[in-house]
Design a protein around this ligand. Structure first.
Ligand code: HEM
Length: 404
């Protein structure tokens, strides 16, 4: 299949916003991704996205950051208490798995072994979703994903679904106020105020997709940001102090790390009809368009001659460029979790006491400022050799746990 690679910031930007290009990265992973929000196109996508956006009503991001996040982090930290060095990868995955499950609407008992089980299932879903990159036999992988789906549906989805159906029935009878309903995606999909056709299988895959979408990307982004910041601070206490005393600066530094480490270095698209891209390249539905997000984020014409370096003081061009570049995508499929994870971009008059910082900056702040993390001497972090994304397999840090 002919491949067309798109690299410059403007060209990737335009391709992401082009309504005649449809998602194609997950075609081979249909067993877990078919008919989920990320793979839908056109009217079907607009309608599903409209429904999903209902979860963000009534100041949801603030509620998530101020209520859901602190409780989930405190519980997870409790499970990791005393483990010194702390493996940031394990901690990050555990906390973000629980945060994402809260967002998706999957109830848990809070038992750490249950989190590990959910992580294992979601790992398998991710393997299935990116089947196109796998060297494994697709038939074997497909049956493993089906088994994982069965386990997730039986032990996680079904009990969560039944609890919400009971609460929705109480609400419909007028016996319970609306604000007693859980604020999560499963409740929104079950309530289905837009009356969309959602089969049981689609509902199951949609919630499984949310579990994937939010957890690993957030955990990996957190570890990349801590790594960048520890190296940037190395031996320079003034820099560490700047991060500890100025939460808006810390958030800005996290945005810079997000720019350098997009969760997926590429997005894939396919034209729905023959067309000519603004660059002058003609493409047909047979072509695979590889949108290189990592290259776009390192475009020197936009981010300056040191674009490949971590520089938390980076000045952006006057035109509307986000400090995290195209890491969260753009256009109709732009990341629904962006504001949750990256927070709002501070403006010149932003006050830190009323600001929404985002999950990644909040986690980095806990690790660096509250726990005082430093690299563990003689035990360097290790990259995941199976990942082309440069993610970390282990990231040991020495921390100061607060007294329980
Ligand atoms: C650092 C963390 C994250 C990164 C880097 C990230 C990145 C992305 C990117 C690049 C896309 C677009 C993919 C494409 O156009 O092909 C996307 C879509 C999406 N993301 Fe995220 N994401 C992150 C966290 C989250 C979280 C926490 C959630 C949910 C709570 C989430 C939910 C979604 C959803 C639902 C979509 C699909 C939107 C649509 O198709 O309309 N993401 N994300």
């Amino acid at each position: 299949m002919p491949e067309v690679r798109i690299e410059g910031y403007q060209h990737v930007y335009q391709a992401l916003c082009n309504p005649h290009l449809k998602q194609s990265l997950y075609d081979a992973g249909a067993v877990i991704m078919a008919d989920t929000l990320l793979t839908l196109h056109g009217e079907a996508h607009t309608r599903r996205r409209h429904l999903a956006l209902r979860v963000f009503q009534r100041d949801f991001a603030r509620h998530y950051e101020r209520a859901v996040f602190p409780a989930t982090v405190a519980r997870t930290l409790g499970h990791f208490h005393g483990r010194n060095p702390l493996d940031l990868v394990a901690f990050g995955h555990s906390v973000t798995m629980n945060l994402t499950a809260d967002f998706a609407g999957i109830d848990r008992s809070g038992d750490p072994e249950e989190t590990d089980r959910l992580l294992r299932l979601v790992q398998k879903f991710g393997e299935g979703a990116t089947m196109v990159h796998s060297t494994r036999d697709p038939a074997v992988l497909t049956s493993e994903v089906r088994l994982a789906l069965d386990e997730y549906e039986r032990d996680f989805l079904q009990p969560s679904l039944e609890r919400r159906q009971r609460l929705l029935a109480e609400f419909a009878r007028g016996n319970s106020p609306e604000d007693r309903l859980p604020r999560d995606m499963l409740t929104i999909l079950l309530r289905n105020e837009d009356r969309l056709e959602l089969s049981t299988d689609v509902l199951s895959r949609e919630i499984a997709f949310y579990l994937q979408a939010g957890s690993h990307s957030t955990a990996n982004a957190t570890v990349h940001a801590v790594d960048e910041l520890l190296r940037w601070c190395n031996g320079l206490p003034g820099r560490r102090q700047a991060l500890e005393t100025d939460p808006l600066f810390l958030q800005r530094a996290v945005h810079e790390a997000l720019r350098l480490h997009p969760a997926s270095p590429v997005a894939w698209r396919r034209a729905v009809t023959p067309l000519t891209l603004p660059s002058g390249v003609a493409v047909t539905p047979d072509d695979l368009l590889v949108l290189d997000l990592a290259a776009a984020n390192a475009d020197q014409t936009v981010f300056g001659p040191d674009s490949e370096r971590f520089n938390p003081y980076r000045e952006l061009p006057a035109r509307r460029v986000q400090p995290f570049g195209l890491t969260f995508g753009l256009g109709v499929h732009n990341c629904l979790g962006r504001d949750l994870d990256a927070g709002l971009v501070a403006q010149s008059d932003t006050q830190s006491d009323d600001h929404q910082f985002g999950t990644v900056a909040a986690l980095v702040r806990i690790v660096l400022c509250d726990l005082g993390a430093i690299n563990e001497p003689d035990d360097p972090p290790q990259r995941d050799s199976d990942s082309v994304r440069g993610n970390w397999r282990r990231f040991p840090v020495r921390v100061r746990f607060p007294q329980p």
